[in-house]
Design a protein around this ligand. Structure first.
Ligand SMILES: Nc1ncnc2c1ncn2[C@@H]1O[C@H](COP(=O)(O)OP(=O)(O)O)[C@@H](O)[C@H]1O
Ligand SMILES: [Mg+2]
Length: 649
């Protein structure tokens, strides 16, 4: 134990050493001439803020969702969607919003109009706006250090030292335009300390830091009574006013958000909670690329990305006021709706759980059911399909109805409604329900059943709008109750049927053999004995009836399947029992039906005999070993199935 600990410490100490060495390596102190030499090698060191931020995200790489990716096919219209690796493992189902943010940054980095606009993320609470901005700020923290004039309170670009009269030549030489002039503090120092010799002003390098307030400034929403622009632009330091003559820049404390965030990011949290007067500085900063100085100094050049966020209620209130039009014109709004793909939503919960201290058993399908509920609550109703179907279509799933793949275009559904995903329950609502479900459990487990109970309780407690409450309860008590039972029935069947996959595969092969023979009016050759026989119509029917195919529809179904599968084979595709949605469903239902009776008996605890008890034990063991349950959760869902699926009739 002692040796082990010592080893750990030793290992960690060497990491510390490496870290310190890498830091000291990066230290730099030089003059403008040194900076110019560096600039000649790498112009990116003088990038403006938007470009720097864009690059610091882009550098992590881009992954294109391939056409072959099913999400791409079903959800993004086969459009080859760019996803940014920097966001991929942290944000889910948000590709469209992220794409828009990156498009904004890209245009802004080319100094387009966007570089003079405020980016506003608009979305409901808990949609991930703050988290997105936080993540973008962190991208700067891992970006290369910036070079700046030593002791400059706003860490300004060393090129500002170059006098106006030389800038034309500078541009011709380096192909780079210099924007902005020295801040009052640097100008003062240049004159007083360096006697106007700008070549001897030291240039240093430092990093971005959220906590160190370097390059990242945050403006929290302010109480109107205490609102003070010093939070934005700094102030005059009263204690120093005695020391220096009036208007001496040395009395300035340039520690406002715009000073701090120069060359990086200024974030406005819940931006429209602030008074309008307060926002003028923000607009000036983008439009004029300068901010007022405290005291009577000239305006100070500002280069930074202004990121703001708010929810819809605040936005609507703000928008409705006529006097705000000028500001509206300077805002690029990007909607950040809730996630509408439930499998992606589930990933959010997994992420949030993985970073908490949460430690308990979560039964299979628990988070799935919760995420289905979240998405259902966010969808607007349509006449084309029921809510559950819409939810599945938005998730990229095939919808099977009466033996056919239902053709509903996801785009038609999307176009029917505007601003979907801006209402409904938030991720926080769900996370709280998860917490409560756990608190109520004496076995330290959460199952879809306790999850649903907890959600029902929370809806009753928190949703005050009568109509909304009814709508949500219906989803929980009916829609998802039934949907979960279907999921559960399949799972229990899988646990019951030994070698489920093989059995399904063999049903599939038999079905194809017989259907093909039936369609072509030929014989079926037994795979083992080579004996020829007529196609077994009653077998075919027993599969087809599982998905409600009757009468003349049978012939069509058999013909369709046969040609579908042979077309696939001709293309060289591998076919298996899951190849065609409707047939897959029929096979699953057939297997479910085949164990219905035994399931019913075995899951009833009262009437089990020894043999059945053994079978029950085997089933629990399979659920635990192969399907991710523990014994408690397996027993709980089996009991639930017994009470709801196979009632004694
Ligand atoms: N689509 C998403 N992907 C990943 N995490 C998300 C997503 N939506 C919300 N979250 C998480 O939910 C939590 C609440 O989000 P937050 O950023 O505070 O929302 P907002 O600022 O929009 O109210 C955060 O921890 C965030 O990481
Ligand atoms: Mg927020």
């Amino acid at each position: 134990m002692g040796i082990l600990m010592a080893n750990k410490t030793q290992k960690f100490l060497s990491s510390i050493k490496a870290h310190q060495e890498s830091k000291s390596d990066e230290k730099f102190r030089g003059m403008l001439s040194d900076y110019l030499k560096l600039l000649e090698e790498d112009q990116s060191i003088a990038s403006l803020a938007h470009k720097r931020l864009y690059r610091s995200i882009n550098i992590h790489g881009i992954t294109k969702l391939k056409e072959s990716d099913s999400r791409c096919q079903q959800i993004f219209n086969g459009e080859e969607l760019k996803t940014y690796n920097y966001f991929q493992s942290h944000f889910f189902g948000m590709e469209q919003s992220i794409k828009k943010i990156m498009r904004f940054l890209h245009s802004a980095s080319l100094k387009g109009e966007e570089s003079r606009q405020v980016l506003l993320l608009l979305g409901p609470v808990g949609a991930g706006k703050s988290a997105l901005v936080e993540h973008m700020k962190r991208a700067l923290e891992s970006a290369p250090d910036i070079y700046h004039i030593e002791k400059c309170p706003i860490r300004e670009e060393p090129l500002h030292l170059i006098p106006r009269s030389l800038r034309k030549e500078f541009k011709e030489t380096y192909g780079l335009a210099i924007e902005g002039d020295l801040c009052p503090v640097c100008r003062h120092r240049l004159l007083e300390e360096y006697d106007g010799d700008y070549m001897s002003v030291p240039v240093v390098k430092s990093s971005f830091s959220i906590r160190g307030r370097r390059g990242i400034g945050v403006v929290p929403p302010m109480d109107p009574n205490t609102q003070d622009t010093s939070i934005l632009i700094g102030s005059e330091d009263i204690s120093k006013l005695d020391l220096y003559p009036e208007d001496d820049p040395r009395a300035l404390s340039l520690n406002g958000a715009f000073n701090v965030g120069n060359r990086g990011i200024v974030e406005f949290v819940e931006v429209f909670k602030n008074e309008i007067e307060f926002l003028h500085t923000m607009i000036t900063a983008t439009q004029e690329k300068s901010v007022p100085s405290p005291g009577k100094q000239a305006m100070i050049y500002f280069d930074g990305v202004i990121l703001s966020h708010c929810n819809e209620a605040e936005w609507n209130k703000f928008k409705s006021e006529h006097t705000n039009e000028a500001i509206l014109d300077r805002i690029v709004r990007i909607n950040v709706p809730y996630c509408l793909e439930y499998t992606q939503e589930e990933k959010i919960y997994n992420k949030l759980l993985s970073i908490s201290d949460f430690d308990c058993h979560i039964a299979p399908h628990t988070l799935e059911v919760a995420s289905m509920f979240a998405v259902l609550s966010r969808l607007k109703p349509t006449n084309k399909v029921d809510s559950l179907t819409k939810m599945k279509i938005y998730n990229g799933e095939e919808i099977i109805e009466k033996g056919l793949i239902k053709k509903v275009d996801i785009n038609d559904l999307r176009e029917e409604v505007r601003d979907e995903g801006m209402t409904g329950v938030s991720t926080r609502f769900i996370m709280k329900a998860i917490d409560n479900a756990l608190a109520d459990s004496d076995k330290n487990i959460i199952t879809p059943i306790s999850m649903r109970d907890s959600l029902i309780k929370q809806v009753k407690e928190q949703i005050t709008n009568e109509e909304e409450r009814k709508r949500l309860l219906l989803f929980l008590q009916k829609t998802l109750h039934e949907e979960y039972l279907k999921i559960l029935e399949k799972e229990i069947t899988k646990a019951f049927v030994s070698a489920y996959e093989e059995q399904a595969e063999s049903l599939f092969n038999n079905y194809l053999d017989h259907a093909e023979a039936y369609v072509n009016a030929t014989k079926v050759k037994d795979r083992i004995t080579n004996e020829e026989m007529d196609p077994d119509n009653s077998f075919l029917v027993s599969i087809e009836e599982q998905i409600g195919i009757k009468g003349t529809a049978r012939d069509n179904f058999r013909a369709d399947i046969t040609s579908y599968m042979f077309a696939k084979l001709r293309r060289g595709d591998v076919i298996d029992w899951k190849a065609y949605g409707p047939l897959k469903e029929a096979i699953e239902n057939k297997l479910v039906a085949s164990v219905k009776e035994i399931s019913r008996i075995v899951t009833k605890s009262k009437s089990r005999d020894n043999k059945q008890q053994r079978k029950y034990g085997e089933m629990v063991a399979t659920l635990v070993e192969d399907y991710g349950y523990n014994e408690d959760s397996a027993e709980e869902v089996i009991k639930f199935a017994a009470n709801n699926l196979w009632r004694d009739s």
